[in-house]
Design a protein around this ligand. Structure first.
Ligand code: FAD
Length: 174
């Protein structure tokens, strides 16, 4: 896809003709790949109804944003439907706040997750996967990992047994 887009730019836009690609990540990011299952799987309905989880910890304002092949390209680039059509609800006035229980694995005892691999459905991922949100997930699980270390507990035990210890760290964080 990248080389195809690059070739298109070079062929059709004068200002790209002299440019070269000098570096590209060899394991490429995509909008969606594997996700781990946590004790909560966040769904589209949770987001649309503004469900408030008691272990809410990562606020997300981006509206649900889904990308699929652009139907127009079947006509213009038959067999090469690589250009995406974005179906993006507008940003939210009030955040949907991702629960802590979507940020660790339910069946690998000592594994936190942050980023587009968290425990959400395909549609819910369209809301949470943008970079500010994924960075905030990293902050939340970094603090959670410190609490797990202090309390000698695994990620799953933190919410029922040591939630106050985590929320007091949230309020101290810069
Ligand atoms: C085309 C596109 C446009 C986007 N536009 C925006 C935007 O405008 N704004 C926004 O906020 N978000 C945007 N996003 C979403 C956002 O960039 C991603 O959801 C986010 O970067 C995902 O972060 P991540 O850490 O989960 O995964 P990644 O950023 O993909 O990080 C995973 C890392 O793991 C590495 N890796 C994979 N396998 C291995 C391995 N076996 N060993 C070692 N390393 C490995 C990869 O090389 C990669 O560096 C866009 C995404 C795409 C694809």
């Amino acid at each position: 896809m990248i080389y195809g887009n690059w070739a298109y730019q070079k062929k059709h836009h004068d200002n790209y003709r002299a440019y070269e690609i000098v570096w590209m990540g060899h394991v490429l990011g995509k909008r969606e790949s594997r996700r781990l299952l946590g004790d909560v799987i966040v769904t589209e309905q949770d987001i649309l109804t503004g469900r408030k989880f008691p272990d809410a910890c990562v606020p997300t304002f981006w509206g649900i944003d889904l990308h699929g092949p652009h139907p127009r390209n079947t006509k213009h680039f038959p067999g090469e439907e690589f250009i995406a059509l974005a179906d993006h609800a507008s940003k939210r006035e009030q955040p949907f706040v991702v629960p802590y229980r979507a940020l660790y694995s339910r069946n690998v005892d000592n594994l936190f997750v942050a980023g587009r691999c968290i425990s959400v459905t395909h549609v819910a991922l369209g809301q949470v996967r943008v970079m500010r949100n994924t960075g905030t997930m990293g902050e939340a699980i970094g603090l959670a990992a410190a609490v797990c270390q202090d309390k000698s507990c695994l990620p799953r035990a933190l919410y029922p047994d040591h939630w106050d210890a985590l929320t007091s760290r949230f309020s101290e964080a810069p």
